[in-house]
Structures are given as structure tokens and as C-alpha cells.
Design a protein around this ligand. Structure first.
Ligand code: NAP
Ligand code: ZN
Length: 335
């Protein structure tokens, strides 16, 4: 990662110009710069957890005024007219969602550039209102890590007292714990890092399990109503399918490449269990998680860095050494 000069388009009537203040560092940014999901178009400017001050608005903008704070998550455009967009599921637009970076830019041509930048120009529909008084560095990760874990908790209707498992305690995982605890679920963290066991309790989990120990997993057969997996790589999910109750679901939000085989058809069939996936959340749902967290004072645990520390941060995230989200202070690049 190195500095690069890019241009932003002139404001269209519905556009907002943001002076980026903070941008969270998602593991997806690392996948992108490494071309893990197919060839990336370089230069690539990652970042889809951006919070900034509105410094100019187009003539038709009604959602923002100059001086407001806005957030940009994982999407900046979609068709707005397909059955998915009409149901507030822009992330599944049948005519192709424009993701915040490295997606074909339907307005300017070329590819979109993300939030690791001084300024962003985004259509107002795709800018989230950040309520006054929020801790902005701690709010930034809600725009991806927050909504990605909030959405399955909502979709699978987690109820008070239900048991929720969270696999992988990183950026997404720690938000999954906080958001499931906020729904009064009983949360178990599955980690590979002994050093995170104590943190799991501090974050509100009831218990934490080193899932590398097979014996610990066997004890948990038929216990969970929902398991959210945030592990970035494919792994053997069968022990977790076994840990599900009848009719329960394991939702994978982490590993987006080819999954590992070895899942027992019999094991799924006998308990009518589901293995599902989930992709971020729509714009309305992203606004909902921001407002939900604002009302309950739920914040990401962040380590704020300067832009020139990004390579170090990527290394530490790759080594599972982040507690629990790096957030770039963009002001440090403007001095
Ligand atoms: P992260 O901060 O790096 O956290 C991932 C955690 O998973 C790590 O802290 C570690 O937790 C565990 N882990 C990492 N590598 C592992 C391995 N090889 N084997 C077992 N456990 C491992 O990453 P993140 O930002 O939360 O993102 C997680 C994944 O979700 C990424 O692949 C990202 O691309 C994806 N993602 C998906 C969506 C979506 O919409 N579906 C949205 C955002 C991100 P422990 O130390 O506790 O074991
Ligand atoms: Zn992300």
C-alpha cells in the first residue's frame, strides 16, 4: 500500500461530497489488494467503513446539509428499480450492485475507489446518516462489520435466551458478540487464539471455546440456535453443523471463496439444519444498525492508526492480532 493521487467526479444533483475523517480496516480490504477473489484492478483504493463531514451537496440533495456527518459502507450505487432494490436489498441488485471499491463505476467509467481517501463523492441514497454525538472512529466499523453481523441476527430472528455461536473473534466477530448480546442471546465465542478467551467474556459472551480442541466441540452437540462464522478462510464446518440444534442455521459471512467439503448430508437432513450465507445488508438496514447502536451506546473496539501505518495494520489483521478493528484517522494525512 502506498499513496496515490485519484480524482473524484464533479457533484451531480444527488451527490454528496464527504471529507473523510475515519475509515475502518476490514479483512475484505486485504482480500481485495491480494486479488483473493479474482483479479483486482490496480491501483485499488480499499475502504468501505468511511465516515466523513459533508462539505458540499448537489442541487437536489435533501437528506444532508453541509456540516452533517455521513457514512459510506460497502455500496455506492445500484439500479434502484429491480425487485431486490425495491425491497431495500441493494446488496443483491439483480442489475449489479456497485460496490464501494474495485467495481465498474457506472457514472465515471473505470473502477470505484473506496474510503482510504481524503474525499468521496457518493449519491445521497448510499450515504448513511450518522447521528450527532456518536464516537465517529467507533461508529465507522458498524458500516460493514456491524451490518454484516446485524443482518443475520435480524433475519434469523434471534430471541432472548437463545444460544448464538460466533466463530472467529476479529472485526466482524466482536460486533456479532455485542449485537447478539444486545438481543439478550446467550453467546459462545469460538476462537483459535487462547489470548482472546478472556476478551470474549468482557465483550458479553457467556463462554468461549478453543475450537481447535476436538473434545471441546463434541461436548457442544445440538446446542445452538444460530452460528455466525466470520473466519476468512475455508475450514471444516462439520463440527459446527453438529453443534446446531434441530432446525437451526449456520450462517457463513466470512469465507467467500470455495468452502471445504466434508459436510455430512445426513447430518444436515436429520436435524433439518441449514448452512447459509449472508452479504452485508441493505442501505435501510445499515441505517438501522447505526441508529440501533447509537440508542444503546454500542461501539466497535477500535485501534486508531495513521494512514502510513496501514501496511503494519494489514500484517496484524492477517496474524489475527487486532482488538478488534483498526480505523484510519484520515485527518493525519491532511496535516
Ligand atoms: P478479521 O478481523 O481478520 O477476523 C477474522 C477472525 O477469524 C480472526 O481474528 C480469527 O479469530 C479468525 N481467523 C482468521 N484466520 C483464521 C484461520 N485461518 N483459521 C481459523 N480462524 C481464523 O476479519 P473481519 O474483518 O472480521 O472479516 C472476516 C471475514 O468476513 C473476511 O473474510 C471478510 O472478507 C469477510 N466479510 C464478509 C462480509 C459479508 O458481507 N459476507 C462483510 C465483511 C467481511 P480468532 O483469533 O478468534 O480465531
Ligand atoms: Zn468489510
Amino acid at each position: 500500500m502506498a499513496p496515490v493521487a485519484i480524482e473524484r467526479r464533479a457533484l451531480r444533483p444527488n451527490d454528496v461530497l464527504l471529507d473523510v475523517m475515519y475509515c475502518g480496516v476490514c479483512h475484505s480490504d486485504i482480500h481485495a489488494i491480494n486479488s483473493d477473489w479474482g483479479k483486482t484492478n490496480y491501483p485499488c483504493v480499499p475502504g468501505h467503513e468511511a465516515v466523513g463531514k459533508v462539505i458540499a451537496i448537489g442541487s437536489a440533495v435533501t437528506k444532508f446539509r453541509v456540516g452533517d456527518i455521513g457514512g459510506v459502507g460497502c455500496m455506492v450505487d445500484s439500479c434502484g428499480t429491480c425487485e431486490q432494490c425495491l425491497q431495500d436489498r441493494e446488496q443483491s441488485c439483480v442489475n449489479a450492485t456497485t460496490f464501494t471499491y474495485d467495481a465498474p463505476d457506472k457514472v465515471s467509467g473505470g473502477y470505484t475507489y473506496g474510503g482510504y481517501s481524503d474525499k468521496m463523492v457518493v449519491a445521497e441514497h448510499f450515504v448513511i446518516r450518522i447521528p450527532p454525538g456518536m464516537d465517529l472512529a467507533a461508529a465507522a466499523p458498524l458500516l460493514c462489520a456491524g451490518v454484516t453481523t446485524f443482518s443475520p441476527i435480524r433475519h434469523w430472528q434471534v430471541k432472548p435466551g437463545q444460544r448464538v455461536g460466533v466463530v472467529g473473534l476479529g472485526g466482524l466477530g466482536h460486533m456479532a458478540v455485542k449485537l447478539a448480546v444486545a438481543q439478550h442471546a446467550r453467546v459462545t465465542v469460538f476462537t483459535t487464539s487462547p489470548g482472546k478467551l478472556a476478551d470474549a467474556n468482557r465483550l458479553g459472551a457467556e463462554d468461549a471455546v478453543l475450537w481447535t480442541e476436538a473434545a471441546a466441540m463434541t461436548k457442544l452437540t445440538n446446542q445452538f440456535d444460530l452460528i455466525i462464522s466470520t473466519v476468512p478462510e475455508a475450514y471444516d464446518m462439520q463440527p459446527f453443523i453438529q453443534a446446531l440444534k434441530v432446525d437451526a442455521t449456520m450462517v457463513n459471512v466470512g469465507a467467500l471463496g470455495t468452502l471445504e467439503g466434508g459436510i455430512s448430508g445426513m447430518g444436515l437432513a436429520f436435524g433439518r439444519k441449514s448452512l447459509a450465507g449472508s452479504m452485508i445488508g441493505g442501505i435501510a438496514e445499515t441505517q438501522e444498525v447505526i441508529d440501533y447502536c447509537n440508542a444503546r451506546n454500542i461501539k466497535a473496539d477500535v485501534e486508531v492508526i495513521r494512514p502510513d501505518q496501514i501496511n503494519l495494520a494489514f500484517d496484524r489483521v492477517t496474524k489475527k492480532d487486532v482488538r478488534y478493528r483498526f480505523v484510519i484517522d484520515m485527518a493525519a494525512s491532511k496535516i
